[in-house]
Design a protein around this ligand. Structure first.
Ligand code: ADP
Length: 328
């Protein structure tokens, strides 16, 4: 094992007095080849955890071993404290940003439906006797639609909290992924009032060991996003296939919609994040669906990424192991 591995392995200092005779390590042999003779490594630690190793290679040693070790350990302790401080600062910044994005989302996503509900209810009460039956129905539909939006948001927030704390169980069983996707597509086709072409490219059956209801949640989220962020006249394509060579299932959801600017892609799977394209067009959303989808896919041992895409629009690609590894 190389010197950094030995130091990190037991969190203690290690000393190699003769690199030439340390034949087990590629790194020691390479160092010996260029004339180095000794090496010493000390742990970089925060007091509780070993973060890495500080290793120094030299062609001769003039100081007695323990003085050099003492000096290096002091230096390593300083670096460890610095790294720890930086990490705490980054965490604080991340927390503040999440808080800001959460507040922005709640202000928008709570306010708008609540305004619509109270506004419609007030109009109904004030003009109940003069409104036609059709007008009353329209106001009630507005109330229903917006209450539904709030309830989806509450469910998403609860799901996210449970998934992130590990309290939401995933119950895998033999599942046909094509059936799950097919049902999600049927539901989307009947509920979307938009003029879109939804095409499906699926084999007869794809057997996967997974939680069907959680995969349905992923399918619903990707499909509803593709529909929501694609203007009328566009196309949404859902495909899945088995890549036997890699023992994986490749599942893609592509659309020809408003797309996501390349510079924003790294932030996409962050809680409450909404792309500028969606905000500019005032398309409602919470920035929660993709985080939930990613957590579910990862709990199945898979990955979800934004795939390269020719032309306008967005493609999400999911890779799922045919048989997830134990403990995934
Ligand atoms: P929501 O759609 O409720 O905002 P998501 O977590 O599902 O939340 O998506 C996060 C953001 O990613 C969206 O707000 C949108 O900006 C962007 N996004 C997701 N899917 C698409 C898509 N198919 N096309 C364009 N933008 C998308």
């Amino acid at each position: 094992m190389a010197l950094p591995g030995r130091v990190c392995g037991d969190g203690a200092a290690h000393w190699i007095p003769d690199l030439g005779s340390d034949a087990g390590s590629l790194r020691s042999r390479a160092a010996a080849r260029i004339g180095l003779r000794v090496a010493v490594g000390v742990p970089l630690s925060t007091g509780q955890h070993t973060l890495g190793a500080l290793c120094v290679y030299g062609d001769r040693v003039e100081d007695p071993e323990d003085i050099l070790l003492g000096l290096l350990s002091g230096l390593a302790a300083q670096i460890g404290q610095y790294v720890e401080r930086r990490r705490a600062e980054e965490l604080a910044i991340e927390l503040a940003r999440t808080k800001d994005e959460f507040l922005a989302m709640v202000t928008h996503e709570l306010r708008n439906p609540l305004d619509a509900i109270t506004g419609s209810a007030q109009l109904l009460v004030a003009d109940l006797d003069t409104l036609t039956a059709d007008e009353r129905r329209q106001y009630l539909q507005i109330i229903g639609r917006n209450a539904e939006r709030l309830s989806v948001m509450a469910d998403d927030l609860l799901d996210l909290a449970r998934l992130e704390s590990g309290n939401l169980s995933i119950d895998p069983a033999g599942t046909d992924l094509c059936a799950v996707i097919g049902q999600a597509v049927d539901a989307a086709r009947t509920s979307t009032g938009k003029d879109l072409t939804i095409t499906v490219d699926l084999p007869e059956h794809i057997e996967v060991h997974a939680d069907a209801s959680r995969l349905r949640q992923v399918a619903d989220n990707l499909l509803s996003n593709a529909i929501k962020y694609t203007p009328a006249g566009g196309t949404v394509t859902v495909a899945a296939r088995v890549d036997n060579g890699r023992h994986e299932i490749i599942w893609t959801v592509a659309d020809t919609g408003i797309g996501i600017p390349a510079a924003e892609r790294p932030r996409l799977f962050r809680r409450f994040y909404r792309a500028s394209t969606a905000l500019e067009q005032r398309i409602p959303g919470t920035g929660l669906g993709l985080v939930i989808a990613r957590t579910i896919v990862e709990r199945h041992g898979g990955t979800i990424v934004l795939a390269e895409h020719d032309g306008p629009g967005t493609t999400f690609a999911i890779e799922l192991p045919i048989k997830p590894s134990q403990g995934a």
